[in-house]
Design a protein around this ligand. Structure first.
Ligand code: AP5
Ligand code: MG
Length: 222
């Protein structure tokens, strides 16, 4: 299965994707995580793209598309992918469609996690990331067992620099004016499922799994 998760900053894409990719045995690909890793590893791509991320702006399509498509072509993506934060623009949508078609696949579902802005701000204010693998925590909702330390790999937790100030404001504006337009595209293709993301992490996961079961039930009986 090939699925995309669409949602505003802090909607819970990464949190859900991590659990869903295990449940469905498909690879989780987060464009934001890939950019942050590239920067930590000081690769040319990471050094070139960090300025956009610091400002909360979208990284240019040419850089983003080639990075994500390369991952989709890797053998570990053969079972399917769960794309988190990609596509965000119409050129990215088109590039993904062409890529999947080239490798004999087609997007199955676009899941939109809908969360109101006041909740988003609360989530991002308390979000913590681990340095080693970008596991996600929240100071109140999902605190680590030991303060400041990742439960899963023991690495240090940090707050993302773009989770505050002008960068956060730009990310929200870009999502609610530009990326949101993708919903119409997937709705027209009958691939869109809107999920109320303003519920507990477990409840949101259950609803997404039900949407996926509903979809696979229909496609296997078609
Ligand atoms: P990216 O890293 O993708 O950031 P984002 O889209 O802004 O999304 P976030 O990672 O902030 O939120 P999330 O939905 O994953 O929420 P999470 O699960 O962590 O992108 C960063 C930057 O990279 C972009 O600004 C851009 O510059 C660049 N970029 C990336 N992709 C690009 C693309 N395709 N094109 C161009 N540029 C691109 O959850 C948030 C918090 O809430 C956590 O603390 C979590 O514990 C908590 N939480 C989660 N679910 C719940 C729940 N149900 N109830 C309560 N709390 C919850
Ligand atoms: Mg994320």
């Amino acid at each position: 299965m090939d699925i995309i998760l669409i949602g505003a900053p802090g909607a819970g894409k990464g949190t859900q994707a991590m659990m869903l990719s295990q449940a469905l045995s498909i690879r989780h690909i987060s464009s934001g995580d890939l950019f942050r890793k590239a920067f930590d590893d000081k690769t040319p791509l990471g050094l070139q793209t960090q300025k956009y991320i610091d400002l909360g702006e979208l990284v240019p399509d040419a850089l983003t598309v080639s990075m994500v498509l390369r991952c989709i072509e890797e053998p570990t993506s053969a079972n399917g992918v769960l794309l988190d934060g990609f596509p965000r623009t119409l050129p990215q949508v088109q590039a993904l469609d062409v890529e999947l078609q080239t490798i004999g696949r087609e997007l199955d579902l676009a899941i939109y996690l809908s969360v109101p802005q006041d909740e988003i701000l609360k989530r991002l204010a308390g979000r913590l990331f681990c340095h080693a693998h970008q596991h996600v925590y929240h100071t109140e909702i999902r605190p680590p067992k030991v303060n400041g330390v990742c439960d899963l790999d023991g690495s240090e937790l940090y707050q993302r620099a773009d989770d505050k100030g002008e960068a956060l404001r730009r990310r929200l504006v870009i999502f609610f004016t530009e990326t949101i337009q993708l919903l119409n595209h997937y709705k027209a293709q009958n691939k869109l499922r809107e999920v109320d993301g303003n519920q507990s992490i477990e409840k949101v996961q259950e609803i997404i799994m039900n949407e996926i079961k509903d979809y696979t039930g229909k496609t296997t009986h078609a």
